[in-house]
Design a protein around this ligand. Structure first.
Ligand code: TRP
Length: 460
């Protein structure tokens, strides 16, 4: 047991878990989802999902991991027996697929960071067209994605304290500093307040079932929930630590970065009146254009900082995604960490290749006939999102019927002597026993119907 590794301190764990949570999901995906779903209306739904459905699931995951001190599979297996281990395996598989497409997008970000820093985009006129053709330079993106995976593997192969914890202790503070700097700049742009208004004044008529589905998926993805990532990180946490307050800090850190990312992006959207740029290209098109307009020197510095921020955020997340299957192979198959990490990294990189060429290069993968003509990267990402809310739902069912809520409470009380009998305990119990399993079950089915058939299918 003792040679599995562990976080050296509470801060180490919190930074690593927050690093896992804060990622492309916050800076790349949250702003464009908010843009598509009516700005503040989305933010509101998102916050409700985070506090009602995600926070309790996070506590449950960390508790399971710390109780058993094993990987996602081993934790469910030892605690539940029978077939429960499969729930862990399901999560590990989901993690492998998440990393496979995530690493491709990280490759885009890494590419933009280098191109902008070296001043290669100075003569660009139309960043919309540029982005479309850039991500189809297969060999370029391939090498950046590969580079990103190699950096991830180098860190994870160093183990928990020397690798994961050390990397997060440098990158997370740097990330916050860059983000704050960029927001200050963004707020000084012409029309900034118009962008802020778009982002922060809720238009409740914009809230639809779609907003709810998108908000929920995004919240689970952003907090790294539902696939055993926090079971794995939780297994490296000491028994004297307060899980509930750590989870609260991690949740706040992640939510604040998503919120701040919106505050950085929308003034820039307003400054160049680019409200019509929607979807995954948002930060790559709008922000690149704004940096370009700043002139060569300033553009390189500020633009370089932004894409460095994006790379840091992505890297602390890819680390956590690679650790989940690595921990499984190290714990269960007793394999040595280094070869396991490098083998997995290679495998997952190769698994991501269809996503890499699905942005226009390979026709069939760019327009899936069975998925409403959408591309393969979107397909994988949507399927993973679904598996997260399903995984979260099943975790609640596991706690309710198998591990039992009292055992969870006992684990949570270790390191938190006032927990038992508190209001918070009652809230967490009600959500884990009733609210989460029921709502997550219903909403997951809704998302599946939405994705494959469209909501018209339900409502005619
Ligand atoms: N949360 C990260 C982001 O927002 C991505 C991520 C890392 C993740 N680990 C995960 C998502 C585990 C789901 C499950 O970018």
């Amino acid at each position: 047991m003792s040679n599995r590794g562990n976080f050296s301190s509470r801060l180490g764990f919190i930074l690593a878990a927050a690093g896992s949570a804060v990622g492309l999901g916050n800076i790349w995906r949250f702003p464009y989802l908010a843009g598509q779903n009516g700005g503040a209306a989305f933010l509101l739904i998102y916050l409700i999902c985070v506090f009602m459905l995600c926070f309790p699931v996070m506590i449950g995951e960390i508790a399971i991991g710390r109780k058993v001190q094993s990987d996602a599979y081993g934790s469910y297996q030892k605690l539940g027996g029978g077939k429960w281990g499969y729930l862990g395996l399901f999560g590990i598989l989901a993690g492998i697929f998440i990393l496979s497409f995530y690493n491709v997008v990280a490759g885009w970000a890494f590419g933009y960071f280098l191109e902008i820093s070296f001043g290669n985009l100075l003569d660009e006129k139309d960043f919309g067209a540029f982005f479309g053709s850039y991500i189809n330079n297969v060999w370029t993106i391939l090498s950046f994605s590969l580079g990103f995976m190699v950096i991830t593997a180098v860190i994870v192969s160093q183990g928990i304290q020397k690798g994961i914890e050390a990397a997060n202790k440098i990158m997370m503070p740097a990330l916050y500093l860059i983000l704050i700097g960029l927001i200050i700049y963004s707020l000084t742009l012409p029309n900034a307040m118009e962008g802020v208004k778009f982002y922060l004044v809720p238009n409740l008529s914009n809230i639809t079932l779609q907003t709810l589905f998108d908000g929920l998926r995004q919240a689970f993805f952003s907090l790294s929930l539902g696939m055993g990532c926090l079971i794995t990180y939780g297994s490296y946490v000491g028994k004297n630590q307060n899980i509930v307050s750590s989870a609260a800090i991690i949740t706040m850190a992640d939510t604040s970065v998503a919120f701040l990312a919106g505050l950085m992006v929308f003034p820039m959207v307003a400054a160049i009146n680019a409200y019509d740029v929607q979807g995954p290209s948002l930060v790559f098109v709008v922000l690149a254009q704004v940096f370009h307009n700043m002139g060569p020197m300033a553009g390189r510095i500020v633009g370089g900082s932004f894409f460095l921020l994006l790379c840091f955020a992505a890297l602390t997340s890819t680390i956590s995604l690679l650790e989940v299957p690595a921990a499984y192979l190290v714990d269960q198959k007793k394999l040595p960490r280094k070869p396991v990490v490098w083998g997995l990294a290679l495998l997952i990189f190769v698994l991501g290749l269809p996503c890499l060429v699905s942005q226009g290069k390979v026709e069939f993968l760019s327009h899936l006939f069975f998925y409403k003509d959408r591309d393969f990267l979107t397909f994988v990402s949507d399927m993973c999102d679904i598996s997260l809310t399903v995984g979260g739902c099943l975790m609640c069912i596991f706690i309710r019927y198998r591990w039992k809520i009292n055992n969870m409470n006992e684990e949570l009380a270790i390191g938190n002597p006032t927990y038992l009998g508190s209001m918070l305990q009652k809230y967490i119990n009600i959500t884990i026993l009733w609210v989460c399993p029921i709502l997550l079950g219903i909403l997951s089915i809704g998302v599946i119907i939405d994705k494959f058939f469209g909501l018209e299918w339900i409502f005619g």
